[in-house]
Ligand binder design. Structure first.
Ligand SMILES: [Cu+2]
Length: 215
């Protein structure tokens, strides 16, 4: 009996403390339990291409590892290249990090003197254009694989002995030998093509790939 009654009391006290914590917010009175640790999730340092975003969440816990809700969390960006990323907000438990320009920046979340940080290395954006040529000795497209952003274009300058036949019938073939051209790629995916006189299917001989990515 004694044990279960004290368990009930403990639960009531915990509820009261939790409620007080929520209403305090961090401005006025002393919180019932101070923040012992702050953890950002996901917490791994990351590479982020320009234009991409990453959502971060900060969790605060007390000395016993219990989650503390409602605590004020301040977010900031530091480092010599702090402009590499931007934050959609600087308060609250969650932010969205946007990769702005190439560089390295550290995002820090702080609550009641406890903090955690994640470093982002922003890499250059995938180009929107690429060029493909040919090598008449090795009978290859050069380079055999190009990567562009969706909506981008690839310019083929192929010389007199070759042509371009896409596997995807939605893409415009250039079947006349020596026919140069620029092709737009409106959808994400990997698009195979070949030179008809110098290939056997899309995997053997003079074949190429256009990889189209979202960012
Ligand atoms: Cu060819």
């Amino acid at each position: 009996m004694h044990r279960s009654r004290s368990a009930v009391i403990a639960a009531v006290v915990a509820l009261a403390l939790g409620g007080a914590g929520l209403s305090c917010g961090g401005d006025g009175g002393t919180p019932p339990a101070s923040v012992a640790t702050l953890t950002i999730t996901p917490g791994d340092d990351a590479a982020l291409p320009v234009g991409q975003t990453r959502s971060l969440t900060a969790t605060t816990t007390d000395a016993n590892g219990g989650t503390l809700t409602g605590r004020t969390i301040a977010w900031s960006v530091g480092g010599a290249q702090a402009g590499a990323v931007s934050l959609n907000t600087t308060t609250g438990g969650a932010v969205t990090v946007t990769a702005a320009t190439a560089g390295t920046a550290t995002v820090t979340a702080t609550s009641e003197g406890k903090s955690d940080a994640v470093t982002f290395t922003v890499t250059g954006a995938t180009p929107t254009t690429a060029s493909v040529g040919t090598n008449d000795v090795s009978l290859t497209f050069t380079p055999p694989t190009v990567t562009i952003r969706v909506g981008g274009t690839v310019t083929f300058t192929i010389g007199d002995q070759h042509n371009v036949d896409f596997e995807d019938s939605n893409l415009p073939d250039m079947l006349t030998l020596g026919q140069d051209g620029t092709v737009t790629f409106p959808t994400v995916g990997t698009f195979r093509y070949r030179c008809l006189p110098h290939s056997a299917g899309f995997d053997q001989g003079m074949v190429g790939r256009v990889v189209v990515v979202a960012n």
